[in-house]
Design a protein around this ligand. Sequence first.
Ligand SMILES: *Cc1c(COP(=O)(O)O)cnc(C)c1O
Length: 849
Amino acid sequence: MQTEEQTEEVNTPITPTPAIEIQVEDDRTGMTVDTLKRAFADNLYYLLGKDESWATPHDYYTALAYTVRDRLLHRWINTVRTYMKTETKAVFYLSAEFLMGRQLANNLLNLGLYERATEAIKESGLDINDLRLMEAEPGLGNGGLGRLAACFLDSLATLEIPAVGYGIRYEFGIFDQWIKDGAQVEHPDKWLRFGNPWEIRRPELTVEVKFGGHTEAYSDDKGNYRVRWIAERKVLGTPYDTPVAGYNNNTANTLRLWSASASEDFNFQVFDSGNYVGSVTDKIFSENISKVLYPNDNTSQGKQLRLEQQYFFVSCSLQDIITIHRRIHPNLDNFHEKAAIQLNDTHPSIAVAELMRLLIDEHDFEWDKAWHITKNTFGYTNHTLLPEALERWPVSLFERLLPRHLEIIYEINRRFLNEVRAKYPRDDARLRRMSLIEEGAEKYVRMAHLACVGSHSINGVAALHTDLMQQKVLKDFYQLWPEKFNNKTNGVTPRRWVLLSNPKLSELIAEKIGNNWVTHLEELRQLEGFVDDPEFGDRFSAIKYQNKKELADYISLYNNIEVNPHSLFDIQVKRIHEYKRQLLNVLYIITLYNCIKRNPQVEILPRTFIFAGKAAPGYYIAKLIIKLINSVAKVVNKDPDVRDRIKVVFLANFSVSLGQRVYPSADLSEQISTAGKEASGTGNMKFAMNGALTIGTLDGANIEIREEVGAENFFLFGLTAEQVFAMKSKGYNPWNYYNSNSELRETIDRIASGYFSPENPKLFAPIVESLLIGDEYMLMADYQSYIECQEKVSQAYRDRANWTRMSIFNVARMGKFSSDRTIRDYCQDIWHTKPVRINLPAYKPLGTR
Ligand SMILES: *Cc1c(COP(=O)(O)O)cnc(C)c1O
């Protein structure tokens, strides 16, 4: 990167000419409608090489994106220059996933350009909404964890915190989900097909990452014991930078994603020996590393390529952070005082061993000093207690792929176990439990333990989750180091999830309380003053109705199903997972259906049940649940006895973009996971902020949402986490519920009979079996409580004025769940970072300064 000195210090033999006065309305930084319109036309012409005679809608989108990017770059370059001068501590957020969502509208919004761009596009004879739809969504994440990283970047920039997000530039993000004959079909996500105008490739910052080979000990010239890693292969990591704009300020932080390529285009030795194809194949192996996102949510895929991805992006990022540090500071002694690195789950936890390796092997540090820096640099966020999500890698794989890291992990473990032994003498069971190495026929490296030992902070993502983490999964670590543990309840950005997703509600709120709530979400409390204002209530519910109508149009277009926007919109959108219990929701639908079949004249509240979510391609039962939802939909939607009172809809390809349509259109938010299983949830927050009432268990952040909005404005059901554990330990038998509850029995029998799959009556037998044998997620135990609670929901919805009142209370009291609050807490308790204000002087081109 060029510094000011380099550009200003020029060997000029003649008297410099006076600086040209640069117009404020520069073509590439100006913010008026006329300038935007001109820049848009110029970009179409000069960057895309087209004019209106043959430009496609995507070309128009790209031309507008470049117009916005120019304005972003101005802020971005200023931000980077300011950070380099201020030397304040920065946050580096390491995450294997960033689920950013579309960039165009969000950037326009944060830059304060949305209205003017809309006008400029209109004056160009186009509609900005058509252009917005042309953007491919960068789906570089699975669900909540990746979306959290994206919300955090928005809040970090909005709070003016120096921060970089580091991850992988997957060529293929989360698969496109198609529904064919009611079943999920996966298609590759070719999001880069038409280019990505938001990123800038930085080939000059390319770094090298080693894999495999062996290590050698040697003595350096001072006679010190040193280790050399002789790698078997090397891969190059090239960064692609995307600016991340803060809302209504001049900050533009960086999302830096790494792309892998071969270190040499041709291995000439191989080339000479005639194996041309073999040498090119080598190149392909390297490129594979950043090829595709693993599509598992809350489950670890124990594949070598996955560990390669993790090490690849961690090594690239740490080398890069060290380079950034060394540009400003003489050495790495104060690294931990200038860099706070957060590990988003264990996916990047190899960073602990990698930073030790870089400090010791490449920067000549002694162990103790390196360890002090490492421990004080990292913070670890735990995201789940599900056993299938705990990452463990076979020692044999480590030996093959990362031999030097295995040595370092063994040494970390040796010293760590000495510490444990000193505190708990003669407690071998504890040593075995806490070791970084799991012993057995096959030995494993426990990545969560590595993250815990190598970090100064360990946090959970909601109060209950942090509690359970401390009492169960990481109990031994909590006993050893209680001071390391803390809670940081998740949040979501109100910019994307209210202002952008729900413009009508945002306008109404702004009319009543101004615009401050966008960055100070607690201010929504002022809306409580309007709960008994009938005019406000009418407008509030009219907006909900309009949002529902728009979703109904979408459903009509894509699902060819007509739904009634006056019916209660009951929505469950999230990854399909047994613990999230979409199946419990289906059991209620079938119960209602049975009720209608018994007595077609029965009084029932019209409801539209809407589902969306992807299942991991290898998750058999989850995919079968999708098929069941669609099979039930097919029967229920066309049964004349139902008389359109209940409708079931499965929306294909859930994504951030689809979420933006769906969350604002819900009356009821389904947050029905088995208590103790959902770490936090963030979908629950997006729904409630947009005025949906929640039907939910005491799980994750539901507990805190209920605390905030008031128990009277929340539909609670089900066992508590404690009751779940107690029941399991006593020996839980789902058959008792089947035998004693006739409504439940009829519901399950209806599935088992093949009623919903006449062409293959046994199709759903595995689902029936999952309920009757084991019922891991205790749907049977929670069924009756859920059914009764849903009846209360129906009753409550009949009093529409009071429902609206409850809905307003939900919006007004969701301030806590802004990711701004979450980030402020991380800054204060974990990162110890402060904001840096960015000024925006007018752009002065090189040569005129
Ligand atoms: C918010 C969000 C999630 C997380 O939803 P949960 O209900 O918390 O599981 C998943 N996917 C997308 C696209 C989201 O926007």
